[in-house]
Design a protein around this ligand. Structure first.
Ligand code: FAD
Length: 288
């Protein structure tokens, strides 16, 4: 296995802010279990247009109270610069030094786009660097299978480079099930002079209907052979989970053996599937 896959690697877990008190209680239990394996950090999503603002704040504040390294996501589209400045200050006051800087997808009718609001993630990265210097380690999003709104792979790479040139430290990818797409993207980045860790985003497979819905929305491809097999299991959840686990383990192994600088797990606030992957892959941070 390539050394980047272990000692220097970053293994992280993504959460979303729950909508209900019951969801928050479940999240706390999930974090307790997930944190036992000592990921590098937890990230927490943020709804574009501020739709989850208070819930993200609440979840992030709770994680910090547990002394957990936390990287809040910040989705900027349609957000006012003063508002983003205040949010970033609020995070610095809590000792947070890592953020995931995103554009986000604005729900229709929400937010406005004018000269004081952000349109693309590179503008957010520039703004954070301008206002806060090097106080934040900034992660940005990357799309090995091409962002769904990009006119071409080439243009998407040019736009990805804008975020890197604006001062991003690392990138986390959209999830994918085709390792070749990732390796090709990493090679294209190297050819374009982009030199930062690009950590694959890993989505465990546990529920076919939900996965198909997410994948349609975000442009992630479920290869035909995987889709057909998952469809064939119908409501048999155990078989879906067992097959999904096998597929994702093989993917993670290929990625780490090929030199991926870590893995970022989209946990969906469910500890089980991610922990099974973690254990079977025997992941750990050697320096902790
Ligand atoms: P950008 O980098 O701005 O790119 C968006 C599109 O615009 C691309 O097609 C790109 O090619 C193009 N583009 C970029 N810059 C320019 C430019 N300067 N001029 C012209 N075109 C440009 N969404 C949320 O709402 N909340 C979250 O918490 C969240 N977390 C995420 C975490 C990860 C790891 C990932 C991969 C995605 C996440 N998303 C989240 C989804 C993300 O917001 C969407 O994929 C969104 O459509 C693009 O965000 P971005 O930051 O990649 O945008």
């Amino acid at each position: 296995m390539n050394t980047q896959g272990t000692d220097l690697a970053t293994f992280s877990f993504e959460l979303f802010p729950p909508k209900t008190t019951e969801g928050m209680d479940k999240l706390k239990l999930a974090v307790e279990q997930l944190n036992a394996v000592r990921p590098r950090y937890f990230s927490c999503t943020y709804g574009a247009g501020g739709s989850t603002r208070e819930r993200t704040f609440e979840t992030v504040a709770w994680l910090r109270q547990q002394a957990i390294d936390t990287a809040p996501h910040l989705a900027c589209i349609g957000s006012d610069k003063d508002e983003v400045r205040n949010i970033a200050r609020h995070y610095l006051e809590q000792g947070i030094s890592r953020v995931v800087a995103l554009r986000g997808d604005l729900p229709s009718g929400m937010g406005r786009l004018d000269s004081n609001t952000f349109r693309h993630a590179n503008e957010l990265v520039s703004f954070l660097r301008q206002e806060f210097g090097d106080q934040f380690h900034i992660e940005v999003a990357a799309y090995p299978e091409i962002h769904p709104q990009a006119a071409s792979a080439k243009i998407d790479l040019v736009n990805f480079k804008r975020k890197v040139d604006a001062g991003a430290n690392a990138a986390i990818t959209q999830y994918f099930y085709n390792a070749d797409a990732y390796f090709r993207f990493v090679d294209d980045c190297a050819d374009a002079g982009i030199d930062l860790p690009i950590v694959p985003g890993i989505m465990p497979i546990t529920n076919y209907t939900q996965l198909a819905r997410f994948s349609d929305a975000c442009g992630a491809e479920i290869p035909r052979w995987i889709r057909k097999r998952l469809e064939g299991f119908g409501e048999d959840k155990d078989s879906i989970r067992a097959f999904g686990h096998e597929v994702v383990i093989a993917l993670c192994q290929d990625l780490l053996e090929g030199g991926a600088p870590g893995l970022h797990f989209y946990t969906m606030n469910q500890p089980g599937p991610t922990l099974r992957l973690w254990e079977e892959l025997a992941l750990s941070h050697a320096d902790q």
